[in-house]
Write a protein that binds this ligand. Structure first.
Ligand code: HEM
Length: 329
């Protein structure tokens, strides 16, 4: 089993460890500057638009080859679902942004990877865009470090001068203003193992229904309001699907989208979000306290590729920094 695990080609990016350390330290310095200790937020996705209760149910009819790791047993897990906006500064929902959705499954049995610091959790972190334009640790590093040290314009200038304006165009295209976080699709953008010798990306697809129109008047918290209104009377659900990697689909760069016509997503579970009132002080507090990370994973679902390796370290160090400053960790 171990030798088969090693078959997946996933070399380190050049200077991966040093770049990762610099990303984490830059983000911490910024947090220390931007927030009073007791109100320290996340450095990315600081604004949650909701923390919702959910249920994640493994499809009981899965064929044998999909019954791997978490998906081996037809069970249901309680879940926390945090919807967010990606900007490093909390801002009005009306500003176009990349939207995030993070799922934490509770009481998940089975061995977790050694990088996990939550022995009973399996997390899935997804974005509202099918790929990550900053697909390498170097690009993430440049975006974060140049923006913090000088300004985002300096990063933009570097991209243009080095012939990579495509990155800027795609970052811009990824910023959206949806009618509701519950009516859009999400992608992991980065790859994960699916057992010993396969690799997948994840996606959450909202169950088709009537799409809400974008209201003409948009209050600053319109995304939270849209979810409040919907969940006051009815629940929603998403298909959770995996896309198997085929030859030529890169692991080392999260920017190229894996072609869905070559490898379509296959549904393996359902995420149900029942009707609920989530606008409470207690939920808001919990949304700040919870720590989501790709490292919270069963061994069969290990995050792979340079960006995921960098994330495992940055999320761990920086969420500890955040919770410690808030006096809860
Ligand atoms: C090297 C690249 C990346 C870095 C340095 C980074 C950094 C971070 C940090 C510091 C946080 C806050 C963690 C905390 O304090 O709890 C965060 C949250 C998040 N990141 Fe990333 N990120 C990276 C790439 C990605 C990618 C590729 C995705 C694609 C799914 C992603 C999705 C998210 C989401 C959804 C959250 C919010 C999680 C929550 O609700 O708590 N990030 N990121």
């Amino acid at each position: 089993m171990v030798s088969r695990m090693a078959e997946i080609d996933d070399p380190q990016e050049r200077r991966e460890d040093a770049l990762t350390a610099r990303i984490a330290a830059t983000m911490r310095r910024k947090l220390a500057k931007d927030y009073p200790p007791a109100d320290t937020r996340r450095d990315a996705h600081p604004k949650h638009t909701g923390l919702l209760e959910g249920v994640f149910t493994i499809d009981p009819t899965l064929p044998a080859d999909l019954r791997v790791g978490l998906f081996a047993e037809a069970k249901s897990y309680k879940a926390w679902v945090r919807t967010s906006s990606a900007s490093d500064k909390p801002q009005s929902d009306t500003v176009r942004d990349v939207r995030g959705l993070a799922v934490k499954l509770l009481d998940v049995p089975g061995e977790k990877i050694p990088e996990s610091d939550e022995p009973n959790a399996q997390d899935f972190l997804l974005l509202s865009h099918p790929s990550m334009p900053l697909g390498t640790v170097r690009l993430f590093h440049d975006a974060i470090v140049y923006s913090a040290r000088y300004s985002p314009l300096v990063f933009a200038a570097k991209m243009i001068l080095t012939g990579r304006s495509r990155v800027l165009k795609e970052l811009d295209a990824a910023r959206i203003r949806p009618a509701s976080p519950l009516e859009i699709r999400y992608w992991s953008t980065t790859p994960y193992r699916f057992g010993a010798d396969r690799v997948v990306k994840y996606s959450l697809l909202p169950t088709p229904g009537e799409a809400s129109p974008l209201p003409a008047e948009l209050p600053e918290d319109y995304l939270t309001r849209a979810m409040t209104q919907r969940l006051a009377s009815e629940g929603v659900s998403f298909d959770f699907a995996v896309q198997f990697r085929k030859d030529g689909m890169p692991i080392h760069d999260a920017a190229p989208r894996w072609d869905e016509t070559v490898s379509p997503f296959v549904t393996v579970a359902t995420l149900t979000i029942p009707a609920q009132d989530f606008r409470t002080e207690q939920r808001d507090r919990l949304a700040e306290e919870l720590r989501f990370s790709p490292a919270h994973a069963r061994v069969e679902h290990r995050p792979i590729g340079p960006v995921n390796r960098a994330r495992m370290r940055v999320y761990r160090e920086n969420s500890q920094f955040r919770t410690h400053r808030r006096g809860i960790g």
